[in-house]
Ligand binder design. Sequence first.
Ligand SMILES: Cc1ncc(COP(=O)(O)O)c(C=O)c1O
Length: 408
Amino acid sequence: MNSIWKKKSQEEIKATVFEALGKNVNYGAQHILGVPASYLDDKVFNQDASFIKDAPFISTLLQNPNHIGCHTIGESESFFTGTQAIEKELIEICAVDILKGEAAQQDGYVAAGGTEANMQAIWVYRNYFIQQHGAKREEICILCSQDSHYSMDKGANVLVLAIEKVEVTDDTREISPETVRSALNRARAQGKKYFIVVCNMMTTMFGSVDDVTVYVDELKASGCEFKIHVDGAYGGFYYPFSNDQRALTFANPDITSFTLDAHKMAQAPYGTGIFLIRKGYIGYANTQQASYVEGEDCTLIGSRSGANAIAVWMILVKNGPYGWQEKIFILQKRTEWMCDQLAQLGIQFYRHPQSNLITIRSHHISEALAQEFWLVPDNHASPKWHKIVIMEHVTIEKLLPLIEALKQ
Ligand SMILES: Cc1ncc(COP(=O)(O)O)c(C=O)c1O
């Protein structure tokens, strides 16, 4: 498809961002009297440094546009229309080029991170079930796996919802029809009738991926109402490139929304969790009382930095779709290389074949080794697993000393 996502030269990127900044308000040159906002404090952040005119991201940071609200739907604050248009293009690249959605059929925004984007999804569906199905809050339940990120527990707590965890097998980290059915039965016995399913597209600790058809088949068989959100906070900029599947994309009509974090695999600044949802849903999170915000506000966060959206857009267009494919290809090869080394040493580990995460059984890892190589455990009190994440900086040269140490 790749209809919008095009590789751009540094000159083209600069021209696009500076043109967008030119369409935003200019606090220095215009009479902007009515907002509690300005450019960054120029006593602290030098705005005259000679390199700034060549630095589109730093320039955006300094001008400090506020991207409050959601710009793919209705009106938005007219102060920052230039950079909001770039965010809108970024959302379209993620929804259409990466996740195979139809053009202009998804809404979205750059959230604070994966936690906010997951909570935004849960919030939208909670309100949808209440408003469209007359559900009582006590009848709504979040359904996710025991390997899901703790943001689902946070969401359950903040939004006062029940949460039920589906068991996964210890060695394959897979959900199964039986474990989904028994979680559903436990929830239904507690009077739950409406399910907010969060399906993993690479888990935090294992890089494992849930088979979404298992959830769909069991929920359809149960006759319960459900909505599916995919948590691709970790895997969103990886898994769609490590294989050519459609099950975890907008091409699957059973899925309504996604989280993709650019501040993980896309190496973007923190504050770049991307929330994407099919048209027709984000309004369930609209806060009409946000009357001073032009276009109102359908996001959890409120004010947010426009520079974050610019950073992610710059990263994607600088690499281009083929550059991204190559980046993931290299990480896949490196991960395979490391897995071969571990297998030769007889070390037990889990790795999903389309992931760059290797999770080693902790009995192979001494505390000293974990500390020396900054290996992250599943549980600091009593670790069962330690993970290696093959990122851009985790080269074979950096992996070799760990292999040597494991040989000891
Ligand atoms: C799968 C998954 N979901 C959600 C999150 C939460 O993301 P954040 O820390 O950006 O809020 C993480 C973070 O590691 C994650 O791995």
